[in-house]
Design a protein around this ligand. Structure first.
Ligand code: BG6
Length: 462
């Protein structure tokens, strides 16, 4: 059933400004947002100031704005000001939404408030008929995630909880499934017999952007590896689900996550960019990692023995989200030096796929040269929908497909449990580099070039 109201906690916050308001505008522009929107925040803004901020947030992120759609969006919005600790805030909210049958409550707030606010919502009877959307991170390790789940489950069943990992809203991440299971060409070779290794890189060329207080208590492993990177890995390696229903999909994810072998500490490198300790909100002598790289194995029939490398970091040479699946070389090198095929998934900006092949180099000799078959999705299909637009829509329609089920969240924490409890020491790295040197050494022969470096190499080969 479709929701008839959206309640947004954290309505004056950063996530709302940068992601949620522009996404709501997109839905409005498509004519898909016929709901009333209630912002809740403790900042004492007037309705006018709130709407001005929403308007600015939309205009800042949309090059062209449809004035009628923006006007309609602003007309649907109302701010409820109140302290989250004050029961009166929830009484006022309950009164404001009493005529709505199925509100979606979006908690765009610090995780320590998830349980408290849900409890306050339950006290005024809202949870009986609401869907509750919680942002990541869901807990900070296995134990706290279990505890948070137990608290929420006292108030809400799993079907009413929507756990966000915005990577599951990215079209390019979803395309991994389509690429694998809609193309007969690839599925037969997508296994240990043909794949030599997999490399996943999520790099950002910026630092912690004023989020020191939040980030220092979290670090790269909890902030993005436990969720975004493991989700990407799951999409790349899971078995085909029996159908595209949410449960079938989640079941396959669990299977592959539970086959990940305990990670060897020698296969993990934690790094911290030089200058991190001078950032606002960061503790003196903090050993929080802003970079992490690791090698892991999936001990199942399909992937046994195939090394899988994950890395993520802040202040890297560029912002890039890419996966490289490298295939084994042919059994004999008939044409000079052998080179392997690669599939490179570009999942961030300019998303698309490159398939590198060997072709005969022009001339008298029978030697090969690498050529790429490339596709850029925007060029093929036009603009893609943003992740928050897709996740807001799904939560309002009650579709769990793009959200994480609790057992998957717990499995992801389980995989990292030892590393989080007994972390390797952090190694400093210079900003603008690919992290500590030890991370380079994790991959025999080094990481395959990604982003601009890969594009430059491609151009050189032309
Ligand atoms: C967020 C992290 O979940 O994802 C941020 O908290 C990170 O630290 C961001 O920068 C990256 O998202 P995207 O969509 O820009 O790759």
């Amino acid at each position: 059933m479709k929701a008839d109201a959206l309640v947004l906690f954290g309505a004056t916050g950063d996530l709302a400004k940068k992601k949620l308001f522009p996404a709501l505008y997109d839905l409005e522009d498509l004519g898909e947002l016929d709901v009333k929107i209630f912002g809740v925040a403790s900042s004492k803004w007037t309705q006018e100031v709130f709407k001005e901020n929403v308007e600015q947030a939309v205009r800042a992120r949309k090059p062209e704005v449809d004035e009628a759609a923006l006007g309609k969006l602003l007309g649907e919005m109302q701010l409820i000001v109140g302290d989250y600790e004050d029961p009166q805030t929830f009484v006022a909210l309950a009164e404001a939404i009493k005529d709505f049958k199925l509100p979606v409550i979006y908690l765009a707030i610090a995780p320590e408030y998830f349980a408290r606010i849900t409890e306050a919502l339950a006290m005024v009877g809202i949870t009986r008929r609401a869907r509750v959307v919680v942002e990541k991170p869901f807990g900070r390790d296995l134990e706290s995630a279990k505890a948070l789940d137990a608290e929420l489950k006292k108030l809400l069943p799993e079907e009413q909880i929507y756990r966000i990992d915005h990577y599951l809203g990215k079209e390019a991440v979803e395309d991994l499934l389509v690429f694998r299971f809609a193309n007969t060409l690839f599925e037969p070779v997508w296994n240990r017999n043909y794949v030599s290794n997999i490399q996943v890189t999520m790099a950002e060329n910026f630092g912690i952007d004023g989020r020191g207080k939040f980030y220092d208590g979290v670090g790269a492993t909890r902030d993005v590896l436990q969720n975004h990177l493991l989700q990407v890995l799951t999409m790349l390696t899971m078995e085909p689900p029996i159908d595209m229903g949410s449960e079938a999909m989640q079941n396959e994810k669990i299977k592959v996550l539970s086959a990940i072998r305990d990670i060897n500490k020698n296969d993990v490198v934690r790094g911290q960019f030089e200058g991190y300790l001078d950032e606002d909100g960061v503790a003196e002598n903090s050993d929080t990692e802003t970079f992490v790289a690791m090698k892991l194995f999936i001990d199942n029939w399909r992937w046994a023995g195939v090394p899988i490398y994950l890395r993520t970091g802040k202040k890297m040479p560029e912002t890039v989200l890419e996966v490289i699946v490298e295939f084994k070389q042919p059994p004999r090198a008939l044409f000079g030096a052998a080179a392997s095929n690669q599939v490179r998934f570009r999942l961030g900006a300019k998303d698309g796929v490159d398939l590198s092949l060997q072709a005969k180099k022009p001339g008298t000799k029978l030697v090969t040269e690498t050529v790429d078959l490339s596709v850029e999705f925007v060029a093929e299909f036009g603009d893609r929908q943003g992740p928050y637009e897709r996740l807001l829509r799904a939560s309002m329609l009650g579709d769990h497909f793009r959200f994480t089920r609790i057992d998957a969240v717990l499995h992801s924490w389980q995989i990292l449990e030892d590393l989080l409890k007994n972390p390797n020491p952090v190694v400093q790295y210079e900003a603008g580099t690919w992290g500590p040197e030890a991370a380079q050494a994790l991959v025999p022969g080094g990481w395959a070039p990604v982003g601009n470096a890969a594009d430059q190499l491609k151009n050189l080969q032309k």
